[in-house]
Design a protein around this ligand. Structure first.
Ligand code: GTP
Ligand code: MG
Ligand code: ZN
Length: 359
């Protein structure tokens, strides 16, 4: 497509290497004429305190600094997040945020009800974990719901596989696959480079975009930045990494901001700070359907229980209980499903239906 059809004074190829795709062309065309005449398109690649760094305007230069115009602070205009496409004027002011493909978000840690935007317009999210105390299927399941809600494809990356024996690794992978309903899992060692080619193949086969945007999500110390550096190659300026604590294997929260970076293999990576807690932030209504998708195995069984209001405890003809007894369904997985369902439904204000109703 020629750049004039975009009616933006810039090269479409430069935008494409930063992840631009045709759906955003539609969004750009839908903006008012004044914005399109006075602005260029750029992508937010970093959001240091009080400012934004953008890319996509010029092919050769590094990121440019931008600020947000006052009007964006009012009303319900979208506030930029890393990964967003924005309209930026000649004074480097961000005038508008283009509609998103999706937003990865969570409830901010602690007591606050604030919602924290993690990354916008991602195609894929790597949930990075490692075979030590960090490994938590429960946390992975929460992240899965948020990733699906962001319209992105999840992939579990089991990093630091150099630290365990091959037979132990195989058992762990088998357990995780059965626990997480056949989720795509790739075992890698960011340190030795093992598994990285397979990881890139998996991403390519799961995500159709020619230049996908991939967020790295996981606790501090699992090796997100080490993995980012390995995928960026030697020519890139590396992300800082640091050793985990020897007493409890916890990370030191080395990465403090989100950064979108280009790899030599036409991929865009967003390295993120470690998240320990992952509280869901999306509306209850959409999360409930994500839960149904994510736990479709359990959902299908529940539909075949004798009673439509089966509580899956002691009711006769309960397919979930039968599968648990036969060992074809994982106890922890059912427990997680119940907990997440209760958590999502408890947000419903006012409470209309009990969790026992089928739909
Ligand atoms: N043995 C081994 N160590 C690894 C591997 N990947 C990362 N590490 C080490 O794990 C430690 C933490 O790595 P980081 O990349 O800083 O972890 P992070 O996930 O970015 O952590 P935060 O930025 O704090 O969220 C470092 O000492 C790395 O060298 C791996 O594949 N094998
Ligand atoms: Mg890091
Ligand atoms: Zn039942």
């Amino acid at each position: 497509m020629a750049s004039d059809t975009l009616s933006a004074p810039q090269n479409l190829e430069t935008l494409r290497i930063w992840g631009w795709s045709d759906e955003f062309t539609e969004h750009w065309r839908a903006l008012d004429v004044a914005t399109r005449e006075q602005c260029q398109i750029a992508r937010i690649v970093e959001d240091p305190r009080g400012a934004f760094m953008v890319q996509g305007i010029s092919h050769d230069e590094g990121p440019a600094r931008a600020e947000v115009i006052g009007q964006l602070r009012k009303g319900d205009a979208l506030w930029p997040a890393v990964g967003d496409w924005v309209a930026i004027d000649s004074s480097q002011l961000i005038r508008k945020v283009l509609p998103r493909k999706g937003l990865l978000q969570r409830k901010a840690a602690g007591e606050s009800e604030d919602i924290q935007a993690l990354a916008a317009n991602i195609d894929c999210a790597l949930i990075v974990t490692s075979p030590n105390q960090d490994l938590s299927p429960r946390r992975i399941e929460r992240m899965l719901l948020a990733i699906r809600e962001a319209n992105a494809t999840p992939l579990l990356v089991l990093n630091k596989c150099d630290l365990i024996e091959p037979t132990e690794l195989q058992t762990l992978l088998d357990d995780l696959r059965s626990r997480l309903n056949q989720l795509d899992i790739t075992a890698v060692s960011a340190l030795s480079g093992n598994g990285l080619t397979e990881l890139m193949h998996s991403v390519r086969s799961l995500v159709p975009n020619s230049c996908p945007t991939i967020a790295l999500l996981g606790s501090s110390g699992v090796g997100k930045s080490t993995l980012t550096n390995a995928l960026l190659g030697e020519d890139a300026q590396p992300q800082r990494t640091s050793s985990i604590r020897s007493d409890d294997s916890k990370g030191r929260h080395t990465t403090t901001g989100r950064r979108l970076l280009r790899t030599p293999h036409q991929m865009l990576l967003i390295d993120m700070p470690g998240v320990r807690e992952f509280q869901l932030a999306d509306p209850e209504s959409s999360l409930e359907s994500r839960l149904e998708e994510e736990f479709s195995d359990i959902q299908e069984l529940a539909l075949r229980c004798r009673f439509t209001n089966c509580g899956h405890e002691r009711e006769p003809g309960c397919q979930i209980r039968t599968s648990l007894e036969q060992g074809t369904l994982d106890h922890d997985r059912v427990h997680s499903w119940r907990k997440l369902l209760a958590e999502i439904q408890s947000r419903r204000v006012p409470k209309k239906s009990s969790p026992r109703n089928r739909r």
